[in-house]
Design a binder for this molecule. Structure first.
Ligand code: NAD
Length: 362
């Protein structure tokens, strides 16, 4: 197949990890007879320096014309950087919200899988983890509390501020379908998370999810309140296959899912629009502390590229080849600093990437 992939390397370790994923995709193209065209555009601090905007229109235009987008990470050091002084809408993070909204990326998929080889990285008790954790959080990304009406007003008690959690039936329907489809391709269990005992928006959410469920008799649906869901993820994470939830709850639960599998350097993500288009990026940030040192774990971005192969390019066999190669490298003892136990040899970004490529084969 012929595919056009927009690459937004971003800042600090962003260019290092996207370069690794591009090499892996090139290897897949060679091995399986595809042609991938990579076109690059700036995002984040790099784009502010070059174009005065963290997500320039030219970058968005390149993404719109592509089959999929690969993003590294954006942002400067967490404190004391020159970009801290910029007004909110020109800060690097604002570019991320903009690209999600502009490209209609309404469904965020974050798989959280504990690799048996990295069992020690999991903070949970061995009995809780059992034979492993393997779940996906499907988070609604362009609605809910983060996009509802907000403001400030004077009240008799002084200044007040408000944000509004608002979901329409169609917004819930489309994210519910992504949840059901994702569960259908896995173990067939979907947990919808809401706060329907308190929130009106959650009562609509639950009713719509139940209606959509009638189209998926092969998927087992259950509901959890968000507070209980957070507790269950720590107490019994193996019960989860796919979780579908709104923007705010998904933001929090996907971080819990990430935390229980141990390392941020292993977590991929996909943000999907209607159809097959999607943006793929590691969950981690730009890690200025390790940039330029050949120390970044490239696996989160390589696994994000595997998600791209599956969701946007319709190449499931190739996706499995990449995921299998990552697993094999971990079995072979490949460890970057973030996943190495004390005393284990630490590999650099270059060595880890070469090992994955060697496992995929030419
Ligand atoms: P971070 O994820 O960049 O780093 C947190 C810690 O994890 C650091 O110690 C870092 O060295 C380590 N780490 C991260 N990725 C790693 C990898 N691939 N391999 C090995 N170690 C890794 O989070 P932060 O330090 O809070 O943020 C740094 C910048 O990144 C900030 O500007 C923040 O806003 C931005 N950020 C961007 C995104 C994104 O682009 N989607 C996400 C989170 C944070």
């Amino acid at each position: 197949m012929n595919a056009k992939i927009a690459v937004l390397p971003g800042d600090y370790i962003g260019p290092e990890v996207t370069a690794a994923a591009v090499e892996v995709l090139d290897c897949v193209a060679h091995r399986y007879g595809h042609t991938f065209h990579f076109e690059y555009a700036p995002a984040g601090c790099t784009a502010i320096e070059e174009k005065g905007d963290p997500m320039p229109e030219s970058t968005l235009a390149l993404c719109r014309a592509a089959d999929a987008v690969l993003l590294g990470a954006v942002g400067g050091p967490v404190s004391g950087s020159k970009w801290d002084e910029l007004p909110g809408h020109l800060r690097p993070e604002a570019g991320l919200l903009r690209i999600r909204a502009e490209l209609g990326l309404f469904a965020n998929l974050r798989p959280a899988r504990l690799y048996p080889q990295l069992r020690e990285a999991c903070p949970l008790h061995e009995q809780v983890v059992g034979d492993g954790i393997d779940m996906i959080v499907v988070r609604e990304l362009v609605g809910g509390l983060y996009f509802g009406p907000r403001g400030r007003k004077q009240t008799s008690g002084g200044e007040a501020a408000y944000d509004t959690m608002i979901y329409s039936q169609s917004e819930v329907e489309r994210i519910a379908r992504v949840g059901f489809e994702t569960a259908r391709g896995r173990r067939g269990i979907l947990t919808s998370v809401d706060k329907a005992n308190v929130l009106e928006s959650s009562r609509l959410w639950r009713a719509v999810v139940e209606r959509v469920a009638r189209e998926y008799p092969d998927v087992t649906l259950n509901h959890l309140y968000v507070d209980n869901a957070a507790m269950q993820m720590a107490l019994n994470p193996r019960q989860f296959d796919v979780i579908v939830t709104g923007n705010l709850f998904g933001d929090i639960l996907s971080d819990i899912a990430g935390a229980i599998i141990g390392s941020i350097g292993m977590l991929p993500s996909a943000s999907l629009s209607e159809g097959t288009f999607g943006l793929y990026e590691p969950v981690h940030g730009s890690a200025p502390d390790i940039a330029g040192k050949d120390a970044a774990n490239p696996l989160a971005t390589i696994l994000s590229a595997a998600m791209m192969l599956r969701h946007s390019l319709g190449l499931p066999e190739e996706a499995l080849a990449v995921e299998g190669a990552v697993e094999a490298v971990l079995r072979d003892g490949g460890r970057t600093g973030d996943i190495a136990r004390p005393g284990e040899a630490v590999w650099g970004t270059r060595r880890m990437t070469d090992a994955v490529i060697a496992r995929i084969g030419k």
